[in-house]
Write a protein that binds this ligand. Sequence first.
Ligand code: SAM
Length: 217
Amino acid sequence: MHADTYRHRGLRRTLVEELRRKGIRDERVLTALATVPRHLFFEPAFEQHAYQDKAFPIGQGQTISQPYTVAYQTALLQLRPTDRVLEIGTGSGYQCAVLLQLVPEVFSIEYNQILFENTRRRLVGFGLRPHLYCGDGSVGLPGQAPFDKILVTAGSPTIPRVLLRQLRVGGALVIPVGDEHTQRMMRVVRESEDEFVREEFEDFRFVPLLGQAGWPK
Ligand code: SAM
């Protein structure tokens, strides 16, 4: 039986100290990572990998993002407690659980049907209630827009305009953009109905964002 023990909490505190040394400064984000039991998003046989600052395979050729990446992207969102957030690329559900520590309403969309089913079961089992969807998130979730924040957790070839149009004025999109090897983290803030301001941050390496506004499937 998977449980969250004193030992796991200690490992999380050590991981959070490592993230702090690597430059993550947002205390609310660090507290969220110290709270969510990352090992419960791993198969029991692999849980010893959960508190290393590394991405890890979750099946279907996909990965749970590195804790540093989760903390970095979450900090860039500059979440306010009332934000409605869309995550594109639910994967294991870990990032979604981190977001739910900071805001009450998270929409998350996953393309892979098997991951979607497994993760839905896992999150419901933890008593978490995000709005989960299965489908091509590269075009967002127009029926639920606008969002205050949109977070893309897979590497995109471009900044999809269709996602920018689903932001509320004052809202922001955080998205890694690049080729299949490296992607630059970008934040695009919607300043007004048709004014967008783009900032660029560090380089990362993500699995590809597939679909209509991403890479061909
Ligand atoms: N956020 C995840 C977590 O916490 O485990 C990690 C995400 S993993 C790096 C990227 C995910 O994006 C994969 O699960 C992949 O199937 C999904 N994905 C790729 N293209 C997608 C699309 N167009 N719509 C939704 N999900 C997509």
